[in-house]
Design a protein around this ligand. Structure first.
Ligand SMILES: [Fe+2]
Ligand SMILES: [Fe+2]
Length: 411
C-alpha cells in the first residue's frame, strides 16, 4: 500500500511532544488550583487522581524529549502560541464547576487526544516506537477521563436547561478559540511570548457541598479528643480525618498551581500526595458509612487550612502540614490501629495500615524538600522550621501539638 503522508522527523516529533507536555502540565495546574473552590466531593477525588496521572504523562514525555535531541530544559514544555495561552487564562478564571469541567473534558483533553492520534498517524515505525508506546498509553488514559468527565457534566447539569445552554455556548466559544490559534499544532516557527500566573486571594476555607457543617471556632473544636475505643469515638475520628484528607488534596493541588517553578521531582511528589489523599477520602468515607456514619454527621473545622495556604513560602506549608500535622496524624493512626486490633475490627485495621504507610511517606516529602531547598539558605531554613513552632505556641487547637523532634533532625 502506498503511503501518502510523509513520516514524522525527529525535530518535528520533539517539538510536538513539548507542546503536549505543556498542556498536560497546564491541566494539572488548572485542576490543582481549582480543587479548593469546587464543592463537589467526587470531582475533588477525581482531580486528585488525575493530577497525578497527568503529571506522570508530562514526566514520561519529558524523559523522551532528550532522547530526541531536545536536551535543553526550555524545550521541555512549549506553549503552542499566545492565543493558546490566552485561551488557558480564560479557562483558569472560570468559577463554575460545569464550565471548568466543560473546558477540561470537552475541549482540552479531546484536543489533546486528537493531536496525539494525528501524531500516531504519521509516526515513523519502528524508528520512533518509544514515542508510539507513550502516546498510546496517554490516549487510553485520557479517553477514560473524557468519558468520566462527560458523565459528571451531564449529572451536574441535571435538568437545568439554562445551564446546559450556557455550557454548550462555552464549549463552542472555546472550540473556536482553539481552532483560531491552531490548537496544539500551531505554526512551530513562532514561539509564544505571553504567559500568566495562577493567583490566589486570601482563603478562609475550601469549598464544601451542602452536607458539611462548619464549626468556625477552632478553640472549641475538640473532635480529635475522641478515642478509637468506642463506636461513637470511631465515627467522630474518621469523620474528622475525612475532612483532613480533602484539605490535603486541596492544599497539595494548590502548591502545584501556585508554584510552577518548584523542582519537577517535588511537583511529582505533591501530585502523588494529592492522589493518595483522594484515595484516603474514598476509603475513609466507605468505612465511616459501613459503621453507620455519614458525611456531615458532626461539625468540621478549617483552622489548619487558613494557616497553611495563605503562607507565601510553600516550604512553611510543608513544615506545618507535612512535617507537623501529618506526623501528628500518623501517631494517632498508629494508636487507632492498635485499638482496632484489640477489638478485632480487622476492616479498620486493614485500611488504616495503608493510610499510615502513605502518611509516613508524606512526612518524608516535607522533611526531604525542606532540607533540600534550604541547604544553602540557613536563614530560610530557620524561618521555615520556626513557623509551625511559633504558630502552635500561640494557637493550640485541641489535640494538635508541636513535635520537638522536627527541629532536632534538621538543625
Ligand atoms: Fe491522608
Ligand atoms: Fe497525607
Amino acid at each position: 500500500m502506498e503511503e501518502s503522508k510523509e513520516k514524522m522527523r525527529v525535530k518535528e516529533g520533539a517539538t510536538r511532544l513539548s507542546k503536549y507536555r505543556y498542556l498536560e502540565i497546564q491541566i494539572v495546574e488548572l485542576m490543582g488550583g481549582w480543587v479548593e473552590s469546587i464543592p463537589e466531593a467526587e470531582v475533588k477525588v477525581s482531580f486528585g487522581r488525575q493530577m497525578y496521572q497527568d503529571i506522570v504523562h508530562a514526566d514520561v514525555i519529558g524523559k523522551r524529549l532528550p532522547e530526541l535531541k531536545a536536551r535543553q530544559e526550555r524545550y521541555h514544555a512549549t506553549a503552542p502560541s499566545d492565543g493558546f495561552v490566552a485561551m488557558l487564562e480564560k479557562i483558569w478564571h472560570q468559577k463554575s464547576t460545569v464550565h471548568r469541567l466543560t473546558a477540561l473534558y470537552r475541549v482540552l483533553k479531546p484536543g489533546l487526544v486528537s493531536a496525539l492520534t494525528d501524531h500516531l498517524s504519521f509516526i515513523a515505525l519502528p524508528e520512533d516506537e518509544p514515542t508510539e508506546r507513550i502516546l498510546r498509553s496517554i490516549i487510553e488514559a485520557e479517553r477514560d477521563d473524557i468519558e468520566w468527565g462527560g458523565k459528571i457534566i451531564t449529572k451536574l447539569i441535571h435538568n437545568d436547561t439554562a445551564l446546559l445552554r450556557e455550557s454548550e455556548a462555552w464549549e463552542k466559544e472555546l472550540q473556536s478559540l482553539w481552532d483560531a490559534c491552531g490548537g496544539l499544532n500551531a505554526d512551530s516557527n513562532k514561539t509564544a511570548t505571553y504567559s500568566f500566573k495562577k493567583k490566589f486571594d486570601y482563603s478562609k476555607q475550601p469549598a464544601r457541598d451542602a452536607r458539611w457543617i462548619i464549626a468556625d471556632d477552632s478553640t472549641a473544636y475538640s473532635e480529635k479528643n475522641w478515642s478509637f475505643d468506642t463506636a461513637e469515638g470511631k465515627l467522630h475520628l474518621l469523620h474528622d480525618l475525612l475532612n483532613s484528607e480533602y484539605i490535603t488534596v486541596e492544599r497539595t493541588g494548590r502548591i502545584l498551581a501556585e508554584f510552577p517553578d518548584l523542582p519537577w521531582a517535588m511537583r511529582i511528589d505533591m501530585a502523588r500526595q494529592s492522589w493518595d489523599e483522594a484515595r484516603h477520602a474514598e476509603i475513609i468515607q466507605r468505612r465511616l458509612e459501613e459503621l453507620g456514619g455519614y458525611v456531615g454527621m458532626y461539625p468540621v473545622n478549617f483552622w489548619g487550612w487558613e494557616v497553611d495556604v495563605n503562607r507565601p513560602d510553600p516550604l512553611e506549608r510543608l513544615a506545618l502540614s507535612n512535617m507537623t500535622f501529618e506526623r501528628e496524624s500518623s501517631k494517632h493512626v498508629r494508636d487507632w490501629i492498635a485499638k482496632a486490633k484489640k477489638q478485632g475490627d480487622n476492616a479498620s485495621v486493614q485500611l488504616l495500615e495503608y493510610i499510615l504507610a502513605d502518611e509516613v511517606t508524606h512526612v518524608q516529602y516535607g522533611l526531604h524538600w525542606v532540607d533540600e531547598l534550604t541547604k544553602n539558605d540557613p536563614d530560610r531554613r530557620k524561618k521555615v522550621l520556626a513557623y509551625p513552632k511559633n504558630l502552635l505556641a500561640e494557637e493550640h487547637p485541641v489535640g494538635v501539638r508541636f513535635d520537638e523532634t522536627i527541629n532536632k533532625r534538621s538543625d
